[in-house]
Ligand binder design. Structure first.
Ligand code: C5P
Length: 244
């Protein structure tokens, strides 16, 4: 990605549903020009690869959020399988290490139109005592920076990061590195169980490339209306790192 490149819809709607039918009830109301869709472990395990194909047939770009973490060969093969489903973005754990990250990237390079490959650094559910218990010293922030640096060095396209970290990561890695940010709440919406939230405009202003938004869209009375409002707020806003 170079500065000025059109990133397309910035919102990735998290399809946090137990099965395909519940997810379709929302997806039928959305349009591919408004958003991408994130399919995670619960929905993928229940609805299967054919559901991903069906979303793609409807013209949606899919972020397959399975956070692969295994030996390099296994992760490389899983990435190839995901690319075969035609997903737009997929992710791996940076804690899988350099050889795993490079294997994942190289596996995707064989594709004619490879999906974006991003890394999860430290799960935001882990606090410092959790990190120390698994042998990671330093603050969560230190670990995020170290693992994002590793992902960048291994040639990954970006990282998933909290809105607390976007400004620092954007400054460090420049315009080309994708920052995918959950914990987004349009102004006036419920915070739910997120601890730190940011509005779409503030998150993009801090350098986020894509916003993962779940409940403010999935539980709204008018999900397309919520997306229209977010997209028009973002369209009215321009900032230097990741222009619309
Ligand atoms: O409903 P909500 O907008 O909070 O959903 C956010 C989505 O982003 C969920 O799918 C959640 O699992 C995911 N996520 C997150 N925080 C992280 C990583 C992923 O909320 N640190």
């Amino acid at each position: 990605m170079s500065q000025g490149e059109n990133l397309g819809p910035r919102v990735i709607v998290a399809l946090d549903y137990p099965d395909a039918e519940s997810a379709w009830q929302l997806v039928r109301r959305l349009e591919p020009g408004q958003c991408r869709l994130k399919v995670g472990k619960e929905l993928f395990t229940s609805a299967g690869p054919q559901f991903i194909g069906a979303l793609a047939e409807q013209g949606f770009e899919v972020f397959l959020d399975l956070k692969f973490h295994d030996i390099p060969t296994t992760v490389a093969r899983a990435c190839r399988a995901a690319a075969g489903l035609g997903v737009w973005m997929l992710n791996v754990h940076a804690l899988g290490g350099e050889r795993m990250l490079i294997a994942a990237r190289e596996a995707l390079q064989q594709d004619s139109k490879p999906p974006l490959l991003v890394a999860v650094t430290i799960l935001t559910s882990m606090d410092e005592s959790d990190l120390h218990a698994v042998g990671l010293s330093g603050t969560a922030q230190d670990n995020v920076i170290r693992l994002a640096t590793l992902a960048h060095r291994c040639g990954l396209d970006g990282v998933v990061c909290s809105s607390r970290e976007t400004a620092q990561l954007r400054a460090r890695f420049g315009a080309g590195f994708r920052l995918v940010t959950p914990g987004i709440r349009p102004s006036g919406s419920q915070v739910d169980d997120q601890r730190r939230v940011m509005t779409p405009v503030d998150a993009i202003g801090n350098g986020s490339s894509y916003l993962v938004i779940g409940r403010p869209v999935t539980q709204a009375d008018d999900p397309p209306g919520v997306l229209r409002t977010i997209n028009s707020e973002l369209a009215a806003f321009n900032q230097p790192h990741a222009p619309l």
